[in-house]
Design a protein around this ligand. Structure first.
Ligand code: ADP
Length: 179
């Protein structure tokens, strides 16, 4: 599924984020940038050790929840990995929505600052961090739409959703937000 926002592409794609041939892919990292399962495990496995070596050296204090940091992408087809730290879901009254939006916003800012034409993002916080998928989809897409409307770039924002259920939730949210 694809829509145009301010002349730029906003896409939904079911697949594996590590395979995306775009300038930047986003990792669902933890605040220590310590490595984990899910998206993070797949990125470090395919990308090789240089990614962790770089984040250890550049960001010894990790990255706060609700923000993101950038590194090279090792052996992956992308140029950059943006390590975003979404919140752990704990009921919704601990600022989760603002933190999730903040993490996505910082990813888009970093991509533009590094002249990335395309960025691929996963459904942050919806795996191990248990954020309810419908709310996460609306939050993610709202930030992307607002960012594209405000900045007119990057040229391509692609959400890469691993399974059909997550894709379906994003598709429903995108229809609702662009109706
Ligand atoms: P978090 O800890 O932020 O919840 P996870 O990596 O556990 O992050 O999961 C985030 C989302 O990414 C989940 O919807 C999960 O199904 C999905 N996912 C897992 N592996 C991949 C992958 N290789 N490409 C894209 N999405 C993935």
């Amino acid at each position: 599924m694809q829509v145009e926002i301010s002349g730029q592409k906003l896409e939904l794609h079911q697949g594996d984020i590590t395979l995306q041939e775009v300038d930047a892919i986003v990792n669902a990292a933890n605040s220590r940038l310590a490595g984990g399962g899910g998206v993070d495990g797949a990125i470090h496995r395919r990308g090789g050790q240089s990614i962790m070596a770089e984040t250890d050296a550049k960001y010894p204090d990790g990255c706060p929840t609700g923000s993101a940091v950038i590194s090279g992408a090792g052996k992956l087809p992308a140029k950059y990995v943006i390590h975003a730290v979404g919140p752990v879901w704990s009921g919704g009254s601990r600022g989760e929505a603002e933190l999730l939006a903040g993490a996505y916003r910082r990813c888009l800012e970093l991509a533009v600052e590094h002249d990335c034409r395309g960025i691929a993002l996963p459904a942050l916080s919806t795996g191990a961090y248990r954020y309810p998928i419908d709310q996460a989809a609306r939050a993610a897409l709202s930030v992307a739409i607002e960012f594209l409307e405000a900045h007119g770039k990057p040229e391509l924002v692609r959400f890469v959703l691993f399974d059909a259920g997550t894709y379906g939730a994003f598709a429903a949210a995108l229809e609702e937000l662009t109706a």
